[in-house]
Design a protein around this ligand. Structure first.
Ligand SMILES: NC(=O)c1ccc[n+]([C@@H]2O[C@H](COP(=O)([O-])OP(=O)(O)OC[C@H]3O[C@@H](n4cnc5c(N)ncnc54)[C@H](O)[C@@H]3O)[C@@H](O)[C@H]2O)c1
Length: 352
């Protein structure tokens, strides 16, 4: 008789961390190969499904699927964004889970915590952009914002640019800057960390790599602070004055068609008639696939903005799944023991 058992593996965030999945190099490899697979037509990438529960607060849950035909893997990220959570309830505003299924029989293989993967993907896109677009001798990184994305971006940038040795950070409060330095110093002991005491200009002073990752909706970063040769990774919404993009020699996005319909600085500029399609140099995939060159001179200022390609999340999640299961982490999760009418006790369980 055929077995009708269905199992998958469950991975908590701690399982993923303990098995070495916070690995930007692994994530960069998975993402670059995903960008190439997409280019070859090996990725099924439907539109995301958005369910907004409150138009004012933008509390929402999004469903983002993707399939890699080459790996025979289909996955979905189910991500909740509840912006009022921190102020209203003192809890985080983001949570996510990921499901992976194999597509030979269509069965689920993994159910995992998803914020680690999601945040790692954001940092990884920045790291891949830095690999092609930043000066490889970059020494100083300046960060505006000291939250989750800023922390992950720092780890990612240091992986892509090992020459980084000095980090200047500015946030909305000194406490956040201090906490950032306390958390990041043990992870990156060879990077000297300096708090900017909420002085944003001081954080950007002399920076070869600039990252803005804030919850602000304001033109925080000024064009005059961006030195020749700088690479800028824009992570949040509206956080730089229009002059920054205008000053930059190249503007690169993860996907300009997606970016232009959002609420980032570049999207605002597009809607205000301050930026047109022709001003965008390339999508990151064009550069990874060698269709466009990356940095071509040491003095270029380069602007990078990613809003998220969900197939990259699934590619990273699959790499994490392989690493964590090979390392023996995760728990067996029995989805089904038998088919419904095979259960011996069904007559006791059914409600008529
Ligand atoms: N591009 C992407 O793919 C992507 C993915 C996830 C999140 N995000 C965005 O990244 C941003 C940061 O997310 P997070 O999870 O790190 O948020 P967070 O709440 O953890 O951190 C936000 C940071 O912004 C700082 N900040 C806010 N206003 C500021 C101001 N006026 N001056 C200086 N610093 C200020 C805060 O001090 C804090 O350090 C958000 O806008 C989020 O929507 C982007």
């Amino acid at each position: 008789m055929l077995s009708h058992q269905i199992h998958c593996q469950y991975f908590s965030q701690e399982d993923l961390l303990a098995s070495g999945c916070l690995d930007v190099r692994m994530a960069m490899q998975a993402t670059e190969s995903a960008l190439k697979a997409f280019h070859r037509g090996d990725v099924i990438f439907p539109d995301k499904i958005v369910q907004i529960f409150d138009d004012d607060t933008q509390e929402r849950i999004n469903c983002l699927p993707a399939t890699f035909k080459n790996h025979k893997i289909c996955g979905v990220k189910w991500v909740s964004v509840f912006p009022p959570n921190p102020a209203k309830h003192g809890i985080q505003n983001l949570s996510a889970v990921i499901i992976l299924s194999e597509i030979e029989h269509g069965f689920p293989i993994a159910f995992m915590e998803g914020t680690l993967c999601s945040n790692l993907r954001v940092g990884t896109m920045g790291a891949i952009a830095a690999k092609y677009l930043a000066r490889q001798d970059s020494k100083i990184i300046g960060l505006i914002g000291a939250g989750e994305q800023a922390k992950m971006h720092l780890v990612a940038m240091k992986t892509a640019l090992p020459s980084l040795q000095h980090c200047q950070v500015a946030a909305k409060t000194e406490d956040e800057e201090t906490q950032f330095i306390q958390e990041m110093s043990p992870i990156l002991p060879d990077v000297e960390m300096v708090a900017s005491h909420m002085n944003l200009q001081a954080a950007i002073e002399g920076a070869d790599v600039i990252v803005t990752a804030t919850s602000a909706q304001a033109p925080l970063l000024k064009a005059a602070w961006v030195k020749a040769g700088a690479f800028y990774s824009h992570v949040g919404g509206w956080e730089d004055e229009y002059g920054v993009a205008k000053l930059c020699d190249k503007i690169v996005c993860d996907d300009w068609e997606t970016v232009k319909h959002r609420t980032q600085t570049l999207s605002r500029m597009y809607k205000d008639g301050e930026l047109s399609d022709g001003d965008i140099y390339a999508n990151l995939g064009d550069i990874v696939n060698s269709e466009k060159k990356g940095r071509s001179s040491p003095d270029e200022r380069i602007y990078f903005n990613a809003v998220g390609l969900a197939y990259a999340d699934i590619a990273i999640a699959y790499a994490m799944f392989k690493r964590a299961s090979e390392a023996g982490f995760g728990q067996d999760l029995r989805i089904q023991k038998e088919m419904i009418f095979e259960h011996a006790y069904l007559k006791n369980w059914v409600r008529l």
